[in-house]
Design a protein around this ligand. Structure first.
Ligand code: SF4
Ligand code: FES
Length: 248
């Protein structure tokens, strides 16, 4: 396939960026999207140009790094996948593909397509963990009966990879789907209930401090989430937050 690419180029966070046109030839439909980007970068390096900066690590849908907005959709045209799992067979010869970074005030561009998502790290650090003493006298986890539905729902919430597609897709740049997944994975389990009040208050406060927008129930986040994180988690986050506020 021969393709035209329109890619956001921005040298650093303070500079003004813009779309730049490229052509790429002989792209195999079996290539992944990131392999196509590698091919473009080899072409740019050979011609003495600056390669396009983009994040990636696992290249198998686990790390959440490959944040690209492709033809107006987070992670491109396929559903329930990340950019690294997208294949070029989803496009056809002669197509023009627009590639932009995940855009949100709380995700400033570092360079080109790479954005700074350390705001997510700070939200996690505010409460997305269990502080339990594991120094040799902890109870066997299997000794605590857990309702199957709750266990499955907590596991589904725990599949959030922190990619930020929900934020990039939301017209308000809300991080509610991400935060709700991180709160839900503990809220449903006995291990998470001990610190539940502090967790939800601290994580929501940090989310607000980072400047993410409000949720207006549009649902775009759920549609574009590569892990299918459900909006039910946002309803649970709201319940947990109201309960914690009333207690506090
Ligand atoms: S909720 Fe989905 S879209 Fe949002 S960070 Fe988690 S995996 Fe990514
Ligand atoms: S590179 Fe890890 S999820 Fe895409």
């Amino acid at each position: 396939m021969n393709l035209k690419l329109k890619i956001w180029r921005q040298p650093n966070k303070d500079s003004k960026g813009g779309m730049v046109n490229y052509s790429i030839e002989d792209v195999s439909p079996d290539m992944s999207f990131l392999e196509m980007m590698d091919m473009l970068n080899e072409q740019l390096i050979k011609s003495g140009d600056d390669p396009v900066a983009f994040d990636h690590d696992c290249r198998e849908g686990i790390c959440g790094m490959c944040s690209m907005f492709i033809n107006g959709e987070a992670h491109g045209p396929d559903k329930l996948i990340t950019t690294c799992q997208l294949h070029m067979r989803k496009f056809k010869d002669g197509d023009t593909i627009a590639i932009e970074p995940f855009r949100a005030n709380s995700f400033p561009v570092i360079k080109d397509l790479a954005v700074d998502r350390s705001s997510f790290d700070r939200i996690q650090q505010a409460g997305g963990f269990i502080s339990i003493n594991t120094s040799g006298n902890t109870q066997d986890a299997n000794a605590i009966p857990i309702d199957k539905h709750n266990a499955d729902t907590a596991f589904d919430a725990a599949t959030c990879i922190g990619c930020g597609a929900c934020v990039a897709t939301c017209k308000n740049a809300s991080a509610m789907l991400f935060v709700s997944a991180k709160v839900s994975q503990y809220a449903l389990l006995p291990q998470g209930k001990v610190e539940a009040t502090d967790r939800v208050l601290n994580m929501v406060n940090q989310m607000d401090e980072e400047g993410f927008g409000n949720c207006t129930n549009t649902g775009a986040c759920e549609v574009e989430c590569p892990k299918g994180i459900s909006l039910e988690n946002i309803a649970r986050l709201n319940r947990e937050y109201i309960w914690a506020t009333a207690k506090g």
